[in-house]
Structure formats: structure tokens, C-alpha cells
Design a protein around this ligand. Structure first.
Ligand code: DQA
Length: 138
């Protein structure tokens, strides 16, 4: 049994409603229920926050205990050195995910402040990005 935490950052609480052409029509809660059904032998915890410091606190809280963190930092990906440092500070490996292919979008999304601190990066497979990240830990 692996303990995995998914962290979603700002505006990802609106998945399903937010820019559906970019992010799809499914809510994250529905997708998470599917993931938990598909992997009943693993603990898949979930945390969402629109607040950078709360995401950092969560990484500190689980980051010496869990087997993996799947992090979609939303727009903080492109700005947050503090998240980079938090990922470096803990021992739990972190996989960065993005729903959309950020490299096919605006140039300000082409830079990630957190990739270099992460174990790997999965970008552009819709909500399946989370499943692929999960499987990387199993
Ligand atoms: C995102 C991409 C980011 O550029 C954006 O700010 C998001 C979502 C994605 O999952 O595609 O909020 O991380």
C-alpha cells in the first residue's frame, strides 16, 4: 500500500467549470473517485488550495512520510521559488503535472520554477496526467 497525496493549486477547484475547452468538463472530485476505484489498494489523499503558503505547509506536513506527491501547482508553477524550495526540503518525491500542454500555450507558461526540484514532469494528457503520475509511484 502506497500513500500518495495529490495537491491541486489555484483555480483547480473550478475544474469542470473553468475554461472547459482547455481543462475539460469533468470535476476533479469525480475523477478522483474513479482513480480511487481503480487503485483501491493504495491511499490517495487529496488537497486543494488557492493559497501558496497552504500548499507549502501541506508539502511539509506529508513530505517525510508519504511515498509520493503529485503536484499541479497551477499558475504558481511559473512563479513560485518558495514551492521549489519546499519540494527540495522534503524527502518524498514530487511529480509535477499539468492537464494542458503548457508548451503549446502562452510563453509565460513555458517556464516552470518547480520542474528542477521534481522527480519528473507529466504534461498535457488531460486528467490522465494524474493517473500517469500515480502509476510512476507504483
Ligand atoms: C495548469 C497550467 C497552468 O499554466 C495554469 O496556470 C493552471 C493549470 C494545467 O494543469 O494545465 O492553472 O497547471
Amino acid at each position: 500500500m502506497k500513500k500518495i497525496l495529490i495537491i491541486n493549486g489555484p483555480n483547480l477547484n473550478l475544474l469542470g467549470k473553468r475554461e472547459p475547452m482547455v481543462y475539460g468538463n469533468a470535476s476533479f472530485e469525480d475523477y478522483l473517485a474513479e482513480l480511487r476505484t481503480k487503485y483501491p489498494q493504495h491511499e490517495i489523499a487529496y488537497f486543494q488550495s488557492n493559497i501558496e503558503g497552504e500548499m507549502i505547509n501541506k508539502i511539509h506536513e506529508v513530505g517525510f512520510d508519504y511515498d509520493g506527491i503529485i503536484l499541479n501547482a497551477g499558475a504558481y508553477t511559473h512563479t513560485s521559488i518558495a514551492l521549489h524550495d519546499a519540494i527540495k526540503a522534503v524527502t518524498t518525491p514530487v511529480v509535477e503535472v499539468h492537464i494542458s500542454n503548457v508548451h503549446a500555450r502562452e510563453s509565460f507558461r513555458h517556464v516552470s520554477m518547480i520542474s528542477a526540484a521534481c522527480k519528473g514532469v507529466i504534461i498535457g494528457f488531460g486528467l490522465n496526467s494524474y493517473r500517469l503520475a500515480l502509476e510512476s509511484f507504483l
